[in-house]
Design a protein around this ligand. Structure first.
Ligand SMILES: Cc1cc2nc3c(=O)[nH]c(=O)nc-3n(C[C@H](O)[C@H](O)[C@H](O)COP(=O)(O)OP(=O)(O)OC[C@H]3O[C@@H](n4cnc5c(N)ncnc54)[C@H](O)[C@@H]3O)c2cc1C
Length: 408
């Protein structure tokens, strides 16, 4: 394994870092202020400015491995770039690299028809529209994707869709014009072939964005996470992606790469929290000493550095395996970083908060918001426990037949 940055990646790292320093970090306060003014669910002018600038500089669609649509980077090459973007909560969007659009674009690139690509992928790649992924439902345990009850019934040349979804990230954003709905279409099929993914334009009659949900009190505007009701929503039959009953297959393909982006960004956020922690610890004095020299604070800094480096290497290893042996063989490694990255980021941010005292939980520092965001990642693309179960089964499969582990 060689994790050294290639000249191409090193050059992109330098350009991205310069862009973040020159444009993104100074825009954080402006973004917050623009969201706070007037309608919170309106796109901000500053984000559109950042997008135009990044696009003009060619720092655009850096994700999308194995595709002519992206920048031609492998997962391993993209990892250090996503880490840099993850240093700011507004970091990924200027480069058109934010969730859930990256995962949705990957779905369309891999499984979309020519027509679906033309209508939805092209404007998404151009950053003209945004998208949502409507899988989770309030009524069922959604960590098990085969549980979904919202349905799509075929009626001639159309689907008729009914059901209630929630946590559809981005659905409250007016730029979000299409939802990938996952629902029950073939209840008589085997368990993993009962669901389909269907493209639903958000303005289709019968689609209601009911309310934005809060995360620890943050509404995450203007992106947000919405409850969405589908009542007799009719869309053309050809809006199904890949084919009937293939939703679970797509979900598996989508969530692996999607979540590895989250892991890389979590490491960037942890790195920035460690920076804040160090700066605070050497610039503030208590009991006659800098905070860094009190109690176990030096240990907290050392543990944070060690854990970040471990998480980064584990993530690069998962990315390397995705590139070399494929997502299926790399399943355990992907699951490992899904557990490790947000948990490491949470521990580092928590220590940084502690080092800041009361300031750490106030609005004067980003740490409280970062903490809330990282905590949601332990649920957002599947709870830790589901990933642990997958790692555990993978280990046990070395000793007993896989069939013996099914359903445990
Ligand atoms: C901020 C945020 C953004 C999100 N964005 C989206 C989105 O864009 N689109 C979308 O469709 N969904 C989204 N989600 C939803 C997310 O995917 C679900 O919350 C997650 O899959 C868990 O489903 P659930 O909430 O129904 O929990 P449940 O399935 O009810 O699980 C509850 C708990 O049960 C335990 N549990 C479950 N399975 C196991 C197991 N195998 N072993 C041990 N314990 C287990 C875990 O502790 C788990 O947390 C988002 C969630 C959040 C918080």
């Amino acid at each position: 394994m060689d994790f050294a940055y290639s000249p191409k990646v090193q050059q992109l790292r330098e350009r991205l870092t310069a862009f973040m320093e020159e444009h993104v970090y100074p825009a954080e306060a402006v973004f917050e202020q623009q969201v706070a003014e007037g309608n919170r669910w309106r796109p901000t002018a500053i984000m559109e400015t950042l997008k135009a600038r990044a696009k003009a500089e060619g720092l655009w669609n850096l994700f999308l491995p194995e595709s002519d649509y992206g920048a031609g980077l492998s997962n391993l090459e993209y990892a250090p770039l996503a880490e840099i973007m993850g240093r700011s909560l507004i970091g990924p969007e200027p480069f058109n690299c934010s969730a859930p659009d990256t995962g949705n674009m990957e779905v369309l690139v891999r499984y979309g028809s020519t027509e679906q690509k033309k209508r939805w992928l092209e404007p998404l790649l151009a950053g003209e529209i945004r998208s949502g992924f409507a899988m989770t439902e309030p009524g069922v345990a959604s960590s098990d994707a085969t549980n979904m009850q919202a349905s799509a019934r075929r009626d001639g040349d159309e689907w008729v869709i009914n059901g209630r979804k929630w946590w559809t990230s981005g659905a409250s954003d007016p730029r979000c014009t299409v939802l990938i709905f996952m629902g029950l279409t073939n209840p008589d099929n085997p368990r993993h072939q009962q669901h389909s993914m269907i493209l639903v334009p958000k303005d289709t009659p019968g689609v209601t964005v009911v309310r934005p949900l809060h995360v620890f009190g943050y509404d995450d505007a203007p992106h947000g996470h919405a409850e969405v009701l589908f009542e007799n929503v009719r869309v053309p039959y050809e809006n199904v992606i890949l084919g009937e009953g293939r939703g679970f297959e797509i979900a598996q393909g989508r969530l692996g790469p999607g979540r590895i982006h989250h892991c890389m960004r979590s490491i960037g956020m942890a790195e920035r929290a460690l920076e804040l922690m160090c700066k605070r610890s050497v610039s503030r004095t208590a009991f006659g000493k800098p905070l860094a020299r009190l109690g176990g604070n030096l240990d907290h800094i050392a543990d944070s550095r060690t854990e970040i480096n471990m998480a980064r290497l584990l993530t690069l290893n998962a990315a390397y395996m995705m590139d070399t042996v494929g997502n299926k063989v790399a399943a355990s490694e992907i699951a490992q970083i899904k557990v490790v990255a947000p948990n490491v980021a949470l521990r580092v941010i928590d220590r940084a908060i502690q080092m800041h005292g009361g300031a750490g939980v106030s609005q004067d520092f980003p740490l409280a918001y970062w903490y809330a965001m990282q905590r949601t990642l332990r649920l957002a693309d599947g709870p830790d426990e589901v990933h642990r179960a997958s790692i555990g089964k993978h280990e046990l499969a070395k000793y007993v037949p896989r069939e013996a582990l099914r359903g445990r």
